[in-house]
Design a protein around this ligand. Sequence first.
Ligand code: NDP
Ligand code: GDP
Length: 341
Amino acid sequence: MTMKTALITGITGQDGSYLAECLLGEGYRVYGIVRRTSTPNTGRISHILDQISLINADLLDQSSLIKALELAHPDEIYNLGAQSFVPASWDEPTLTGEFTAMGVTRILEAMRQVCPGAHFYQASSSEMFGKVMEVPQTETTPLYPRSPYGVAKVYGHWITINYRESYDLFACSGILFNHESPRRGFEFVTRKITSNVAKIKSGCLDHLEIGNLSSKRDWGYAGDYVKAMHLMLNQEKPDDYVIATGETHEVREFCDIAFDIAGYKLSWEGDGLNEKGIDRRTGKVLVSVNKQWYRPAEVDLLIGNSQKARTALGWKPSVDFHQLVEMMVENDLREEAHIAL
Ligand code: NDP
Ligand code: GDP
């Protein structure tokens, strides 16, 4: 059997690094697109750098994408590159649109011109459901995004479907709910909690400052979710799939478990902006709320129904919520101990 080739945009990100590992494990030749930076940002893929090929290109630059596809001749293209942090999308709304929305058209257009027979994956998001129109959300739930990021992802989702229908391309959109890991960016709430718990434990930080403790998310493990991307591109026909655990948890609950794993028992006092997480043993404040981390508009109850993917792809998550928090806290405790040495 001939070796298959995959090209990943966003290979330096959380999902890109897990997907590259997954595809190498399946025997693929893996190319990754990286944009020029003044300092190296390949930390998440440093352990596989000798097994993959990196190409300089940018989702903002059409000709660079065409050249990348001409060089790689991929059988599969995974478009994971994006401005992916929701709060930053209010700070930089037009740039977010350029990366996260127009970038999808650019890579689809490059594929149409260079390798129309390739299979294409678009990283769509549960943030497209925003002010949710039904609970739980499925592939047919109407979209109502609540941030410039969510709006850009709706564009990316629909242009993928449009290119599939207009040009008969094998293009799939994976509507993924939040997924985390020890490689999650530090600004996302899960990694912010686990990295700060580790700093508190080592004595480098006094307490964690957080935003809306009552926010709820359907959180899964990134290592499980990249497998679904690969499965989608290896079906008879292109289609769109929701990938989720089907469980939702509050930020407060994430804090409870994370602190518990590090040896603290929290009790909660006050409410809203005055709510505090107190160490039951010492009475010390370990969590306080800061309005700075609240958002101009929040999404509602995000909870996904991934029945279609479970039936058609045979996909299911292998890591549950508690195991996910444990994996992240233990990683950050280890990293913090290493820094302290
Ligand atoms: P990350 O933020 O960890 O990674 C984003 C990647 O996109 C990085 O490699 C980044 O490169 C790259 N990138 C950003 N701008 C450009 C550009 N102009 N040209 C080329 N590459 C660019 O995100 P995740 O890995 O968590 O997510 C992967 C994708 O899945 C994203 O599209 C995200 O929006 C989407 N998604 C993620 C979810 C999650 O919970 N993680 C949920 C649903 C969807 P650099 O290192 O140079 O910054
Ligand atoms: P998102 O779902 O992609 O926006 O992922 P995040 O991890 O950034 O945010 C998840 C939820 O956590 C949102 O509802 C935030 O409002 C909430 N949240 C509460 N405190 C914080 C915080 O300090 N930082 C972040 N990033 N989110 C927070």
